[in-house]
Design a protein around this ligand. Sequence first.
Ligand code: PCA
Length: 210
Amino acid sequence: MTTVLLTGFEPFAGDPANPSGDAVRAVAASWSGPETLVTEVLPVTFAGAADRIRELIAAHAPDVVIATGLAGGRGAVGVERVAINLQDARIPDNAGAQPVDEPSVPGAPAAIFATLPVKAIAAAVRAAGIPAEVSHTAGTFVCNHVMYTALDAVPDGIRAGFIHVPWGTGQGPGGQPELPLADIVRALEIAVSVASTPGPDLARPAGALH
Ligand code: PCA
């Protein structure tokens, strides 16, 4: 039995909502797939979120870890390819912490690639009619920190990574792309299923020119 850890985030930066946490709650409420799903909505705090994802990985020994968060301003679901070992916060987190140029994990490599089949996930989400792409930056805020921490924490051979989602319809500040929350929920369900299917990632281009 495959165990999947799926996390989202609470609202941050004074926003009233975070579609990642809402979508993870919705996936949990209606899940009927063969995988055992462990879900949690993480605090948007560098220290708290990293500690908690390490605890969840240690407690549940998941086969797959998919953390998710909001990328306000993006129009497509972004399957992140790489986490960098850097905390550089343009705004304070929800505990008031604002680390600048600190490593996520001292002494660890500068970057770690996602071990999820990122191209296959993006392609399967697109095949469902939902905009999706492989993304090459998860930023330098709490999402990147959680992605790096998860990749640092999982044993070899365990699939882990991060998916950024756009605003849900009606949630954003206006003037920014939005997706129906149902599409975000569906995208995460597809990601769980594709990530739980063994086999290599797609060998087709998904890079960016800039
Ligand atoms: N998005 C932020 C942190 C929490 C979230 O949902 C980020 O991209 O870092």
